[in-house]
Design a binder for this molecule. Structure first.
Ligand code: 0O2
Length: 214
């Protein structure tokens, strides 16, 4: 009887995770349509790359325990909002906000929480625009609203975050203070680079338009 119960629980957990995978795919499709249409209309692709990930059962369980969340599916769904994650890396900061607006204004996308770490970077220098949305997924049993965490950032922000993430793990969270300082300095340099690239991009765009007008 215990084995039958364990199997039932495993199947329910797999069903639960599958909903997140479908939600993630809905978001991926939306982003890929925006990219193709934008490229067609403006002869310009604002997206460098898109990466999706489903949180592993281990890290879901770990986060549930850490946050003291009740271990039932409804509580987990309400409290752990980053089980499905999609990260969109754009060329420029202006593209980050443009994509964010185009995506969040779609009428089947419900915005739950926005965290703008570009306007307000984290103390360590982390920058990115995060949004928790709910997208509808249609199953044989009906419609479910699936939360997906979508992160928008530039290549420079992504470069910084991926190194910071590696260093954080390497030191198991206890990063020596001189490295923390160097990382924060590097985040400033990344921000400065973003501003320079944006200016260059705008300048090139203006010159191009002037040439076309004459
Ligand atoms: P992974 O491996 O990307 O899944 P929490 O979810 O509890 O950690 P909160 O406040 O609910 O925190 O969410 P927040 O701060 O909006 O975003 C969490 C996610 O943003 C992280 O997910 C990272 O992907 C990214 N992130 C936030 N802060 C940092 C940072 O300082 N450095 C780096 N490299 N990434 C960051 P996970 O689950 O931690 O990791």
């Amino acid at each position: 009887a215990a084995i039958a119960e364990a199997r039932q629980l495993r199947d329910a957990f797999q069903r639960f995770l599958r909903e997140y995978e479908f939600g993630m795919r809905e978001v991926e499709t939306k982003i890929s349509i925006l990219r193709d249409e934008f490229t067609h209309m403006h002869a310009y692709n604002p997206i460098e790359h898109v990466k999706s990930r489903l949180k592993s059962p281990d890290s879901i369980v770990e986060k549930v325990a850490r946050r003291g969340v009740e271990a039932d599916f409804d509580s987990i769904r309400a409290e752990i909002t980053d089980i499905a994650g999609v990260r969109i890396t754009c060329s420029f900061v202006s593209d980050v906000y443009r994509l964010f607006n185009l995506f969040t204004q779609q009428d089947d996308v419900t915005v739950r929480i926005v965290k703008d770490y570009i306007a307000q970077p984290k103390p360590n220098g982390y920058r990115s625009l995060h949004v928790i949305v709910e997208v509808p997924v249609f199953l044989s049993t009906g419609r479910v609203a699936v939360p997906v965490e979508v992160q928008f950032r530039t290549i420079a922000m992504d470069f910084w975050a991926s190194l910071e993430h590696k260093i954080h793990y390497k030191f198991d969270g206890r990063v020596p203070s001189h490295l923390v300082q160097s990382l924060t300095d590097a985040a400033d340099a990344a921000e400065e680079l973003d501003q320079r690239m944006e200016r260059l991009h705008r300048e090139a765009h203006e010159i191009n338009h002037r040439v076309l007008e004459v």
